[in-house]
Design a protein around this ligand. Structure first.
Ligand code: FAD
Length: 510
């Protein structure tokens, strides 16, 4: 219904031949809207056919009566006060009133009243237009009730629910989901989960949400404080009708994505505990093998030095004392055979297949297996994981060995008699296409000129200077390189050692 005021001052008379006054009258009379015209005190002067149909009053029964005759006297008086305040100010008024038909039946009227103002600025009449919106109101209530019912059911569900529109906006959620927001301290847990499960989800959601349909896929949300949460996500595509005007003649709307999120942390914790003890055994075994491998390699390396001397001696003696040279040559040959035998018994590292790996899980595992040593050395751990990390392709055991070696080095560096500050900071973060992991300790640190040498095989700073940078860094560098990453040593903010490892998210392991 238009609510434009009828007050106007004409500067130019309307062209009289364009529309005969009778046409106005017939148009008003036959309009499918209850129209009445009153005097300034709301006494009815005219009512059209639809007015009679809606109210039940014939023109002769209503003309001369006040509009208040329609009132059921249950409309709040404040509403009439506002109505009359607007009308007295010559402003149009619109609102909903409860009316009573002639037969006593109540109906809800949506009414617009416009003051008719003459050239002298006086309100001469009021034009009232109303329609029966009882059915519309009933439908509005049905929708509101249904919404309330759906929300109550959805809120009572023991799992978190979030409905995402094609742009990724959460347009419906429940109490459990709201709880996740506070528990996880993330703005939108649905986004954090999808970031971890399907990093390119935003584009996929807009293009083809069916590709995001998943069943019980588990994702881990790491928190700086408190234990990590494991959430299982099931998603389905929901057809939604667009509410934009341009979609009026075509019902098709864009589909939304419904996420059903269940907390499976307790279950996963149990599995994790069992897995951690199995892992501890595997890592201990692998460490033992690595120690044998390194010991034997170092021994061979050292044995090769005198053999090189022997080779030079043989070439010198060849002419002066051929008999001794031959004896030496025999001794050298037999030594080479023994060294070869030694080389063959060096245990090989197990061949691991490349799988999708979550670096946060690897770091958690390492912290878990290192906990007894960390506690024993009185080291305070600051674990700052990225809330979610995209998976990388890698060899989980080798990666665990890598970070365990870095953590072990940090523990060893700080576990010096009398060393006061014992802090280990472990951080994972995503920087663009890279995942950056920092292992910082508050030990004595590594002198700048040792930082490169530290990666050489068999390099150790043990003894001599009293500063120990640990073993296995050459192996660690090999693992990082095998995963297409880089490792650097630097000074940590506390003056200790900072080991920074960087992997590319799309990096291919060798
Ligand atoms: P009333 O005694 O009529 O008035 C209630 C309050 O309204 C008073 O306290 C007074 O402050 C104020 N008021 C009343 N008349 C005037 C006035 N002339 N100038 C300034 N203030 C005034 N009401 C309905 O309930 N249903 C309708 O469908 C409806 N249609 C209307 C259509 C038109 C064109 C107009 C002008 C009014 C319409 N009204 C309608 C309002 C109606 O005139 C009454 O004001 C209302 O029904 C309240 O009636 P009442 O008997 O309870 O109180």
């Amino acid at each position: 219904m238009s609510a434009a005021p009828l007050a106007r001052k004409r500067t130019k008379p309307a062209p009289e031949s364009s529309l005969p006054p009778e046409a106005y009258r017939q148009a008003v009379d036959q309009a499918d809207l209850a129209i009445s015209i009153t005097d300034p005190r709301a006494n009815i002067l005219f009512a059209n056919e639809t007015f009679t149909r809606v109210t039940g009053y014939a023109p002769e029964e209503i003309v001369g009566k006040n509009e208040s005759m329609l009132s059921n006297h249950t409309t709040p008086p404040e509403l009439y006060k506002t109505m009359w305040a607007d009308l007295s100010a010559q402003k149009p008024w619109s609102g909903r009133l409860l009316n009573r038909r002639k037969d006593g039946e109540l109906y809800l009227a949506e009414l617009t009243i416009s003051p008719v103002v003459d050239a002298a600025g006086q309100t001469t009449h009021f034009l009232g237009m109303h329609r029966d919106i009882t059915e519309l109101h009933r439908l509005e209530r049905v929708v509101a009730n249904q919404k309330h019912l759906i929300e109550s059911v959805v809120d009572a569900a023991p799992m978190a629910l979030a409905l995402l529109d094609p742009s990724g906006r959460v347009i419906l959620d429940n109490q459990e989901y709201k709880k996740l927001v506070t528990d996880l301290r993330v703005k939108e847990p649905a986004h954090a989960l999808l970031d971890g499960l399907t990093p390119a989800w935003r584009e996929t959601l807009a293009d083809d949400p069916r590709q995001l349909v998943m069943h019980n896929r588990e994702a881990r949300i790491d928190r700086a404080a408190g234990r990590a949460r494991w959430l299982s996500v099931t998603s389905s595509v929901i057809g939604m009708h667009s509410d934009c005007a341009d979609s009026y003649f075509c019902a098709a709307g864009q589909p939304g994505l419904l996420l059903v999120i269940a907390d499976v942390t307790n279950l996963r914790d149990e599995q994790e505990r069992a897995r951690a003890s199995a892992l501890q055994a595997v890592l201990a075994e692998e460490e033992r093998t690595a120690a044998i491998r390194e010991g034997l390699s170092a021994a061979i390396f050292r044995l090769e030095e005198p053999m090189n001397v022997m080779t030079s001696a043989i070439s010198v003696l060849q002419r002066r004392d051929p008999a001794t040279a031959t004896m030496l040559q025999m001794a050298l040959n037999s030594s080479r055979e023994h060294i070869e035998t030694l080389r063959q018994v060096i245990p090989q590292s197990p061949q691991e297949i490349v799988v999708s790996v979550n670096i946060n899980e690897i770091l958690r595992d390492v912290l878990e297996v290192s906990t007894p040593r960390l506690l024993g050395a009185g080291i305070v751990v600051d674990w700052q994981p990225a809330t979610t990390l995209p998976p990388i392709l890698g060899r989980p055991l080798q990666l665990r060995m890598l970070f365990k070696a870095l953590v072990d080095n940090a523990i060893e560096a700080m576990n010096i008699k009398g060393w006061k500050r014992r802090e280990l900071s472990l951080t994972s973060a995503r920087h663009g296409d890279c995942i950056v992991i920092s292992v910082l300790d508050s030990g004595p640190g590594i002198p700048a000129d040792w930082r490169l040498k530290a990666f050489e095989p068999f390099f150790t700073a043990k003894g001599g200077s009293g500063k120990h940078i640990g073993t296995g860094l050459s192996r660690a560098q090999q693992v990082v390189a095998d995963h297409g990453g880089i490792i650097d040593l630097d000074e940590s903010p506390s003056g200790g050692c900072a080991a920074i490892v960087e992997f590319r998210v799309d990096g291919d392991p060798i």
